[in-house]
Design a protein around this ligand. Structure first.
Ligand SMILES: Nc1ncnc2c1ncn2[C@@H]1O[C@H](COP(=O)(O)OP(=O)(O)OP(=O)(O)O)[C@@H](O)[C@H]1O
Ligand SMILES: CC(C)(CO)[C@@H](O)C(=O)[O-]
Length: 295
């Protein structure tokens, strides 16, 4: 086998209560979101056709960085969480990432890339890890890099994931909202996840907990959007262009909110196109991240 490919859905967080921890498998967030049929595909290849196995030699993995080269949508790029996944798995590889959704705009692209890399690398290098083990590696890489707390576990689960307890498999606890709505989105640009997670987290945590209690009293897609919208205002995270779009969708009788953490608005059904926006549309990803079958 000279390459392996895996897909991970984009994940829009509707609301979250962050629970940082020095141990990256325990770090995480409680909250809820949407796993999208639009997402990230990752192909992993051995560099120059040679497999360099540095397993059991963390010093070698650390110095070799795990990553030979990363290509994001056709250009060389850096993605710290992907690097960390390969270093933790003890392999060196070339990684090609293609994304349906914009990077840094609230779709959890870095978590998706980390998770799909873990699944594809395990296949290519016959590492013999279980799925929960690979999710744990990707979650820890994302948390340690400071690029996300709850995307990876949501991307692995698929559907409308609810994070009842924070952390990787073995620590966290998941549930889900049993609905599969059509979703539209429009992105106005990036918002730094690292900056928000490095700031004052108490108001975010309080608003996130309130939103989770609200959703679990009536877990459907409308309550998910409504709880997310309330959270965005209460946590002080709403940005002006997103607020304007949310109001435009509501004026047409639709439901919309802000994707955490990006300058992105998402809506149920045809909410954004009804309000005159040129929106992308997708479905909910039913099963979550998966290795692509060999053809
Ligand atoms: N062109 C790019 N724009 C933004 N980030 C990039 C780009 N190329 C590589 N990156 C890397 O991608 C990662 C983006 O992480 P970030 O958490 O900001 O966004 P995300 O993963 O799309 O998710 P979210 O916005 O939901 O938090 C970072 O590790 C960053 O270094
Ligand atoms: C922190 C976060 C909002 C970044 O996208 C996400 O990872 C989450 O829901 O924990």
């Amino acid at each position: 086998m000279d390459e392996a490919t895996a897909f991970a859905p984009g994940h829009v967080t509707a609301f979250f209560a962050p629970y940082p921890d020095d141990d990256p498998v325990r770090a995480g967030s409680r909250g809820a979101g949407l796993a999208l049929s639009d997402g990230v595909e990752v192909t992993v290849r051995p560099p120059d056709g040679d497999v360099t196995d540095v397993a059991g030699d963390p010093a070698a993995a650390a110095t070799e960085g795990g990553l030979a080269a990363l290509d994001l949508d056709g250009s060389p790029a850096e993605m710290d969480p992907v690097n960390r996944v390969l270093a933790e798995l003890g392999i060196v590889a070339d990684v090609e990432v293609t994304s349906d959704v914009p990077v840094g705009a609230g779709f959890g692209v870095s978590g998706a890339a980390a998770l799909a890399t873990a699944l594809a690398a395990n296949e290519l290098f016959a590492l013999g890890r279980s799925e929960n083990d690979l999710v744990r590696v990707a979650h820890a890489a994302e948390a340690a890099a400071g690029t996300g707390l709850g995307d990876v576990v949501g991307q692995f689960r698929g559907g409308l994931p609810v994070r009842l307890e924070p952390g990787a498999p073995g620590h966290g606890r998941m549930d889900g909202v049993p609905a599969r709505p059509r979703v539209e989105y429009v992105s106005f640009g990036e918002l730094s996840t690292e900056r928000v997670l490095g700031g004052e987290l108490d108001p975010v945590q309080e608003a996130g907990e309130t939103a989770l209690r609200r959703l679990m009293r009536a877990p459907d897609e409308h309550e998910l959007l409504a709880a997310g919208r309330e959270f965005a205002s209460e946590a002080g995270l709403l940005v002006p262009e997103v607020a304007e779009a949310v109001e435009a969708v509501e004026a047409e009788g639709g439901q919309a909110s802000m994707a955490m953490l990006g300058r992105t608005v998402y809506a149920l059904g045809s909410g954004l196109s009804d309000a005159g926006y040129d929106a992308d549309a997708c479905a909910i990803h039913p099963t979550g991240a998966t290795l692509r079958a060999v053809e």
